[in-house]
Design a protein around this ligand. Sequence first.
Ligand SMILES: [Mn+2]
Length: 326
Amino acid sequence: MIPAPLLARLRQDHRFLLTSHMNPDGDSVGSQLGLARVLASLGKSATIWNLHSASEIYSPLSGFAAIHTGEGPPDGFPGRFDAAIVLECPSLDRTGLADKISTLPLINVDHHLGNQCYGVVNWVDVGAAAVGVMVFDLARALGARVDVETADCLYLALVTDTGGFRFSNATPPAFQAAARMVAAGARVERVSHWLYERQPEAAIRLLGQMLGTLERHHDGAVATVYLTREMFARAGASGGDSEGLIDVPRSIAGVEAVALARELGPDDWKVSLRSRGSVDVESVARARGGGGHRNAAGCRASGELASLLRDLVGKLAAAIESARVD
Ligand SMILES: [Mn+2]
């Protein structure tokens, strides 16, 4: 149920500032752009302000180029705004703009467990697969027209937050919301193309280089790969092109933990670790001065590659064994 005070606020105010968390993901970008269009269709103004710019992947979404980024506020802030709508953000500090944004009345719309309800109006629905779904329901409740571009934004939010309808949040209501978005005009094939079929050639060539280094250890449960500066040069790739490549060895049947060592300089490596389920790679990274989450962590390392990989294999094998005991 959408809280009545939220609808009242959206009907009453006219000039909105929209924001979300740092390093915005597909749900942040899609729900902000979608809501901005919904508000515009109601004759209201909406300016999006994010600390960090979003990935180029989302650039085909309508309004993407108009997103204001950085620490400096947009023109007319704060006087030109009636309220700030904070989307997909469990706590205000995650916006990276808290001290500035909090000068405006805050409207909090989110689906994260543990949301701190920092707004004058709060709508937190932990059952929503994506905030994009909540914005879609909001549009309906406000009597706004959801056009093709708006539907694309909200559908992209839903697709990215459900991992392409592969995660456990791809529930019957999520599929029902998807059906309503597609009925409203969301272009499924086009959004899939934007998200999954626009890789830079250099990233694919770099993947080829990386897969040539694949080794399996500990009865195949541990996979190691590496990327040297020479491989980046051969692929015509830059740092960002290696993002996500580690997911490929992790997808091999039987692999429970993966280490990727990326050469930064002579005997200087950036190590990325990934695992499945209860196998904890965060502790492995932390022991080397790094950090992260249980299934995704990283650290810096110095020294010769072969001994670095040998050490990582031992640590990852131990992490797998301790997860089996638990
Ligand atoms: Mn989300």
